[in-house]
Structure formats: C-alpha cells, structure tokens
Ligand binder design. Structure first.
Ligand code: SER
Length: 414
C-alpha cells in the first residue's frame, strides 16, 4: 500500500516536484477572471493563462506550475446528493508555453505519480488513456507510443477514448487532445457489472490526471486553427489525488475537508455517515462554505447578479441546509474559520482577511434569516387559509408566490 499524504502536503509536493523540472511556481490566480468575459469564475488551472498559450502575452517563464483555486457550479443541484460533486476544488497544474511537449509531460506525470520519492502510487493501479481520433482529428499515436515505449505500459493497459473524454476544450480558446490517467481504487468501489473497466462511470476507476496537449485555438464556433506554438496544460485535481493517497471514499473524507464537516457537526449535532438526508446537508454546507470563503477572499460580494449571485446562492443554500439540520441562528461565519485555518499555509491572505470574510458571511446570513422569518409568517398564514377551507394540499400557486415574491426557498415550503 502507498503512503498517505495530507492535502497540504500533496499541494506542496507537486509544486516542489515541478520546480525540480525548472518550472516557475506562481501563486493561484484570483477566482475572478481578468480580461476574460467568457467566464464568470475561474474553473481550471489554465483559464487565467490563456494569453500565454496563444502567445499574445509573454509568460514570466515558459514553464510554470500552480495550484489554482477553481469553482464550477454547473451541477450545483447535485452537490451533496453524491459524494463526488463539489463546487470548489483546487487544480494542480504544470504548463509549457511553447517549451516541452508530450514526451516530457508524460514522463514527469508518471514520475510524480509513482516514484516513492513523490506521491508513490502503485503503478499497476494506474491506467493511461489517449485520444482515439475522430473524423476531424487523428488519433494520438504519439502519446500512445510514449506511454507504451518510453514509460513501458503494456498496450492493453492504455485506453483509447473519443472527444467526450480525451479532448479538452472549454468554450473558446486553447484546446487539444489529452491523455488522462485513471487510478483503480479496487473492486470494492466498483459497480460490479461484468464490463466495468476504465471509463466506467462508477466510483472504481477515477481520473486523477489530465495531460492536455494544447495545440489548437477554438474560435468558439468549433473552428480550430493550429496555435503558433505547442503547449502543455496539465490539470490534476488536488482533492482527488488526496482521496486516492489517503484511500478514503470521497472528497468529503479527505483530511482538510473532513475538519470542516466536523465543525459543522459540532454546531448542528448531525454526525456524518448516519443518515443520507443529514449527509446531504452536511456536504452542501461543507462544500458551499469552502467556495464562499474563497470567493469573498478574492473580492466577490453577495448580490443579485453575476458572480455575486453565485456567492449569494451558495451561502443561502448552505444556510438553508443548516436550518434543515435544526440550526436557528447564523453559524456559517463560525465555520469559515476552519476553512481559513485549513488553507492558511497555501493562501496566507485568508488569515489577513479573516475578519472581513467573517463579517460578509454573517451579514448575508442575517439578511437571509430575515427573509426566512417573514416567509415563515406568510407561509403560516397561507397554511391556515388552506386549513380553514378544509384543503388538504398546500397549493402550488402559494408555494410559487412564496418563492417568487418573498424569496422563500421551495424546499423549506416542502
Ligand atoms: N484544462 C484541463 C482541465 O481542466 C487540464 O488542466 O482538466
């Protein structure tokens, strides 16, 4: 069995490793995109560096590495219901802007993942994949050969997947075929189907690394042109690597995140792992408070539009789940202290801004509590009205009015 490392150790280990490969370590960019109207929030390690990929702007060095704070809220409704969705995560990345290409990227990826000096995962649990090609783009035989001949992975252990898995693009900008690496967590995580293998969407084989060979520019309409230079964009989810290293079930079980859930449990009295419904609430609160703390630190304020609305929605969803767990007072502002403590070594500005972050969260919780209190009064009046008329069902029209006019969340009505 491999050694287990904490989240903060893995982050530092990754950045150190790439420094030994002459990369310049840059701090995480802000979650607020600069000069990029195509994104509301930074969602990957490469996003803040698009101009370096296109060659528009000269990078501080042609090899850099980062640990980037990221937010993806596309599947916010799924957060909490499963143990693998989260809105906030950190992406470890090494980047080449017209410097090294596939050969080095793959060799270093393998060295970092398997060398006992670094993460030290079992080589026989790792499976690379390469782009299988389609009608417009040829299969990536070059990456296949590197995995097979240079790294020495048997051909049958290298998987070939199509565009959905092995071609990275996000709207317009630099993109290209990629080569992902999967870790086999063992049959106990599997779905048990006879054809379960790498690529199955159960929890057994999880993607831990994505080597993107950024060589095209997508104009946003699906037209690709070759970039002036060939680049490398590597993204490895820090929480996922920690999950594998620590051999725990989900991103909610890794050390730093579990410490946040413990704090929430302490306040709410709900213990993780005892009931599905309570786990959903504990996960929503844990995930959302991580996102909110980081967003506020980077200068986002709750509001009714854009990024501010994303933040407001996260804080209100978290507060509402607190209510579902029986908490009747603001409490998120206390939980954010743990988020700050767990992340302070990587993001020192969190500590500096702690009083400010705490105040913003508390004010939002208090204003939401007022909305809930007045909503509860109106809800009770409506409920009494239904009862007086002998109706057994709370009308959809009233539930909608509560939500639409008074901002009262539909699941509280339910
Ligand atoms: N851009 C790729 C991703 O987000 C690799 O960094 O997965």
């Amino acid at each position: 069995m491999h050694k287990s490392y904490g989240v903060n150790e893995i982050r530092e280990m990754f950045l150190k490793f790439y420094e030994t490969k002459e990369h310049l370590r840059l701090p995480s960019f802000s979650l607020i995109p600069q000069n990029d109207a195509s994104l509301l929030l930074i969602n990957s390690g490469m996003a803040p560096m698009k101009p370096y990929f296109t060659g528009e702007v000269e990078p501080p060095r042609h090899r850099v590495c980062t640990c980037q704070k990221c937010i993806r809220t596309g599947d916010i409704e799924n957060i909490g219901k499963t143990s693998r969705h989260g809105t906030y995560f950190e992406m470890l990345g090494n980047f080449s802007f017209g410097d090294y290409f596939k050969k080095e990227a793959i060799a270093w990826c393998w060295e970092f993942l398997t060398s006992p000096e670094w993460l030290g995962l079992e080589a026989d649990r790792l499976y690379p994949s390469v782009f299988a090609g389609d009608e417009t783009t040829p299969a990536d035989e070059e990456a296949f050969e590197i995995w097979n001949k240079d790294v020495g992975i048997a051909a049958e252990r290298i998987f070939r997947f199509g565009k959905a898995d092995n071609f990275w693009e996000h709207g317009s900008g630099p993109c290209g075929p990629c080569s992902e690496v999967y870790y086999d967590r063992g049959p106990e995580y599997g779905c048990g189907k006879p054809d379960c293998t790498v690529g199955c969407d159960c929890d057994r084989y999880i993607e831990v690394w994505n080597n993107v060979f950024s060589q095209f520019d997508n104009d946003g309409q699906g037209n690709y042109t070759e970039l002036k230079q060939k680049n490398i964009d590597v993204g490895a989810g820090l929480e996922r690597l920690a999950c594998v290293s620590q051999n725990v079930e989900s991103l909610f079980d890794i050390d730093t995140v579990m410490n946040i859930t413990r704090k929430v449990s302490g306040i709410t009295g709900a213990t993780y792992g005892q009931s599905h419904q309570k786990d959903v609430s504990l996960r929503v609160i844990t995930d959302h408070i991580r996102s909110a703390t980081m967003m506020i630190c980077d200068g986002v304020l709750p509001s009714n539009e854009g990024r501010g609305y994303v933040l407001r929605r996260l804080l209100r969803r978290a507060a509402r789940h607190g209510k579902l767990l029986g908490v009747d007072k603001p409490f998120l502002f206390e939980v954010c202290a743990v988020v700050i403590q767990e992340n302070a070594s990587a993001y020192p500005d969190l500590k500096e801004k702690e009083p400010y972050i705490t105040r913003v969260i508390r004010m939002e919780e208090e204003s939401f509590a007022k909305t809930i209190d007045s909503g509860m009064r109106i809800f009770t009046e409506m409920l009494d009205g239904h009862k007086e008329k002998g109706e057994k069902t709370f009308s959809g029209a009233d539930a909608f009015k509560l939500y639409d006019t008074y901002g009262f969340p539909i699941d509280l009505t339910a």
